[in-house]
Design a protein around this ligand. Structure first.
Ligand code: TYC
Length: 110
């Protein structure tokens, strides 16, 4: 048997043993945006702290993004795989709840 990677002709006659040119394409996994929403009660410093702590932002980056959310109503804080986005949302929501702030964090498919 020739070691050609599985293309041996089994000898069953014409048309048998031909590999059809079917290719399964590898798809990149979908990405998810994590969003922070504005509200009237969560202190600005708390939001800045959340962005530093859970999204690895510098104080200046976090402050700017917090102000964007404050003015525009919401902003994307990062783009992640489903599992990472889900974990970030859960961590932010848990942290906000434990501090009794109504801060909302959600995710949506990119
Ligand atoms: N609007 C809030 C305030 O004036 C601050 C705030 C900013 C709250 C961003 C939530 O995602 C938020 N205290």
């Amino acid at each position: 048997m020739g070691d050609d990677g599985g293309h041996d002709d089994p000898g069953n006659g014409p048309g048998i043993g031909l590999r059809l040119a079917t290719r399964t394409r590898t798809r990149r996994p979908p990405l998810y945006k994590v969003l922070i929403l504005n509200d009237d009660y969560t202190p600005m410093e708390f939001v800045v702290h959340v962005l530093e702590r859970f999204f690895g932002m510098s104080h200046a980056q976090a402050f700017d993004l917090m102000l964007t959310v404050h003015k525009k109503g919401l902003a994307v804080v990062g783009v992640f795989s489903y599992e990472i986005a889900e974990t970030k949302v859960a961590m932010v929501m848990d942290f906000a709840q434990r501090h009794q702030h109504p801060l909302q964090c959600t995710m949506e498919k990119e």
